[in-house]
Design a protein around this ligand. Structure first.
Ligand code: GLC
Length: 752
């Protein structure tokens, strides 16, 4: 057996990469808060405690609502907050609300909670601000997380997160159910666009940056919110590709990939965690003490509170069939480690849990632990001192400065996949045919979690925002643009018309992809792009005119059969409310594309392989040939890497190695370049990934200039999850690669 360098658990890192010194510790952060929690808990009845563990959706309190305005029913509010003592309310009540309406509703809830209940505990309101403040009319709606990952720009992610926190808190909402830290390793899954892609390192870096930016170092601030790492864990790998169906993930694979972003989120100090709706290896996560207590709290050191996902406690009985009835489901979930139930429509959880405690089936100690964790977050948010929204903050919503950050994010996300011969950028004097189902809609640019849950209500979208077609017309003049409504996602409309119109233009911009969707409604049975869209491009190719394919999609749909028919391809993912403008900026050269694929783009609609696959998946017999590899992204200029160097050739525990590389812009167009550093463990006791991303940094490289980028790797970066499921570093050779360059690093044999 090869000598192993086991990571010392005491000093350097616990089994999953979090050192005790490193992670934030809300419990100890403020002794004053601990005292307040204890004092309040001492006064609370069982019913009041269980009420704090109960979360009900906004719709349950609505009297009426239309045009972005919802009126609450005082009697329903009283029944929930006074009679059932509920501590949390969530969601948007069906569609986005005006900032004023949000403030009025939150104030009405807090009135009842703080003035009509015995202890005056404020309500904790939670919302899905998944890609900006998507449920607030007039607020900033950013590219979806998948596109933010493609930017490779951590600073931009932090700015977007800060803006989202500022706008969310401005309307009176202190809790955001984000970031999504699931890994998009099953490309059919309908929630790929909510993630930061397939790689654990990008998800860890972007997720931690998001959390630090949204929470800051003082949750009472009027521009910060509590975050919620989700969906813990293993949710994104359903074997069928269909949402909320079983994942089969061996423990070693779970720890090598899926756990890491959540470990990073705990270190970044996230104060809440939402549970995966589904199961891993036959165990629904909502029912698992191992996942929710032993791993989450014991190994990762999470100290916040755990909220269920939508109706997922009763789903243990109604869908997963691991609980014989709803009472058993409540008992199972609460004992496993769920602190708050997103019930969300009724008081069944409340009634049942009070009964279970009375019958001695759930100990009061478990209730006290859950309620203390919940109250701690409410105190840390300052809700007891300031439960009401602040009207002076309304001016923070929809700032022009925020729109500019949004546009930059969309521009930097766009990823150029093909450009042969150099068809892009198009000349602004070009006559252009624009066609395809994603050309003239705002909903497709935003997709789910936008103004409504599904994001597909085009009528609600702000008409002043540009679709791709409108942005192109604005940029090169209406006279230069012909538009034909040739196909929808599912039907041919007028392909012949598009082919005919192509005769009179210099170039064709074909915008294809996916409609808006969210969660299970976005399930598909085939990753291939829809037939009418493929046929449109095939027919357009017969014209001989250069075709630029623009992909607007939440996940990488297979387009193998048309890739050779077109000269240029870019993907905008779901680029957000400024996405139309950003696409036009890239198409006509006002922006040099700099996005990098955060997922492997499949060539076929089966047999998906991620970039960090095993050696046996990249052989002559089993070639690895995706349509485009993870990390792929072209530029309008040429960028050359040179002089990759490491300041040491051997590494021992506690040491670091500095790696530098030069990036040269040999062209005449300024570029932004995300430099990615990969590591390959050449031989290991567990089949090693052929490469793993370990660092990335985005740099500006002006035309004709050279930039030197420096990375530092430490001992932990060489670790993998060993045969006994703990991180280990083994002696041997490692290859550090950047672009086509590489250097070797040796870990010497273990000194006897
Ligand atoms: C949904 C989603 C979750 C979201 C929650 C509240 O079902 O799975 O991501 O935060 O319900 O809207």
């Amino acid at each position: 057996m090869r000598a192993l360098w086991l990571l010392c658990v005491a000093g350097s890192m616990s089994v999953l990469g979090c050192s005790s010194a490193e992670k934030a510790s809300p419990k100890k952060a403020d002794a004053l808060i601990e005292a307040k929690v204890r004092q309040l808990m001492a006064k609370m009845t069982l019913e009041e405690k269980v009420g704090q563990m109960t979360q009900i959706t906004l719709e349950s309190f609505a009297k009426s609502g239309q045009d972005g305005y919802l009126v609450l029913d005082p009697e329903k509010l009283r029944d929930g907050i006074v009679n059932h003592h509920i501590g949390s309310i969530l969601n948007c009540g069906g569609q986005a609300r005006t900032p004023e309406n949000w403030q009025e509703m939150i104030a009405q809830m807090q009135d009842v909670a703080t003035k009509q209940t015995r202890l005056g505990i404020p309500i904790l309101y939670g919302i899905d601000s998944i890609h900006g403040t998507n449920y607030v009319l007039g607020a900033t709606i950013f590219p979806q997380n998948i596109a933010m990952a493609a930017t490779g720009n951590v600073g931009l992610m932090e700015k977007a997160a800060e803006i989202t926190a500022m706008e969310t808190r401005a309307v009176g909402i202190p809790w955001n159910f984000n970031p999504v830290l699931d890994l998009a390793r099953q490309p059919m899954w309908p929630r790929v666009f909510e993630t930061f892609g397939e790689d654990a390192y990008i998800a860890s870096v972007m997720g931690a940056a998001y959390i630090r930016a949204q929470q800051g170092d003082d949750l009472t601030r009027s521009d910060k919110v509590a975050t919620c790492m989700k969906h813990y864990l293993g949710y994104s790998m359903p074997r069928s590709g269909r949402d909320r169906t079983p994942a089969y993930i061996p423990d070693r694979e779970l720890r090598e990939h899926y756990v890491k972003p959540f470990a990073a989120a705990v270190r970044a100090g996230t104060v809440t965690c939402m549970v995966n709706s589904s199961e891993i290896n036959g165990v629904p996560v909502h029912s698992s003490e191992f996942y929710l207590t032993d791993l989450l709290r014991g190994e990762l050191g999470f100290e916040g509170f755990v909220v269920s996902d939508w109706a997922d406690i009763e789903n243990l009985h109604t869908r997963e069939k691991v609980a014989k009835d709803r009472r058993e489901a409540v008992r199972m979930a609460v004992l496993a480690g769920v602190d708050m139930s997103m019930v969300p429509y009724d008081y069944s959880f409340y009634d049942t849990l009070v009964e279970l405690v009375r019958d001695g089936e759930v100990p009061m100690s478990r209730i006290d632990q859950a309620v203390a964790d919940i109250l701690r977050v409410k105190f840390r948010l300052g809700l007891f001192d300031k439960p009401y929204p602040n009207k002076n903050l309304l001016g923070n919503v929809g700032l022009e400065t925020s729109r500019k950050v949004n546009l930059q994010a969309a521009q930097e996300a766009i990823t150029l996949l093909k450009n042969e011969p150099k068809t892009l950028p198009l000349a602004k004097s070009a006559r252009v045919l624009v066609t395809g189902p994603t050309a003239n809609l705002l909903s497709v640019l935003n997709s789910g979690w936008t103004l409504t849950w599904q994001g597909d209500n085009e009528a609600l979208y702000p008409q002043e925002k540009y679709t791709i077609l409108e942005a192109i017309r604005a940029k090169i003049g209406e006279d230069n643009v012909t538009y034909v409504n040739s196909v929808t996602f599912d039907e041919e409309k007028d392909i012949a018309g598009a082919v005919a119109a192509a005769q009179n233009v210099d170039a064709i911009v074909a915008c294809i992809g996916e409609p808006a969707y969210c969660e299970t409604p976005g399930n598909i049975d085939d990753l291939t792009m829809s037939e009418p869209q493929l046929k449109l491009v095939e027919e357009l190719a017969t014209t001989g005119k250069p075709i630029v394919l623009v992909l607007v999609e939440g996940r990488p749909r297979v387009i193998r059969t048309i890739v050779d028919d077109v000269q240029a391809i870019l993907t905008a993912y779901c680029p957000g409310m400024e996405g139309g403008q950003a696409v036009a900026d890239v198409l006509f050269g006002d922006v040099n594309p700099s996005g990098r694929l955060p997922y492997t783009y499949p060539r076929f609609a089966a047999g998906f392989t991620t970039y960090d696959h095993k050696p046996s998946e990249e052989t002559r017999e089993n070639p690895f040939h995706p349509q485009w590899p993870f990390g792929h992204g072209l530029s309008y200029t040429s960028l050359v890497y040179r002089a990759l160097q490491a300041d040491r050739s051997e590494l021992r525990p506690g040491q670091t190695v500095a790696v530098t590389v030069e990036v040269i812009n040999t062209g005449d167009i300024a570029a932004k370049e995300t430099v990615q550093l990969y590591l390959s463990d050449l031989v290991a006791s567990v089949t090693p990934a052929v490469r793993q991303l370990k660092r990335f940094e985005k740099v500006d490289v002006p035309a004709g200039q050279t930039r030197t980028v420096r990375f530092e790797l430490g001992w932990d970066d060489l670790a993998f999850i060993g045969r006994d499921n703990v991180p280990v570093v083994e002696p041997g050779q490692f290859k550090i690669s950047v672009g086509e360059l590489s250097v070797l690093l040796t870990v010497p044999e273990f000194a006897k």
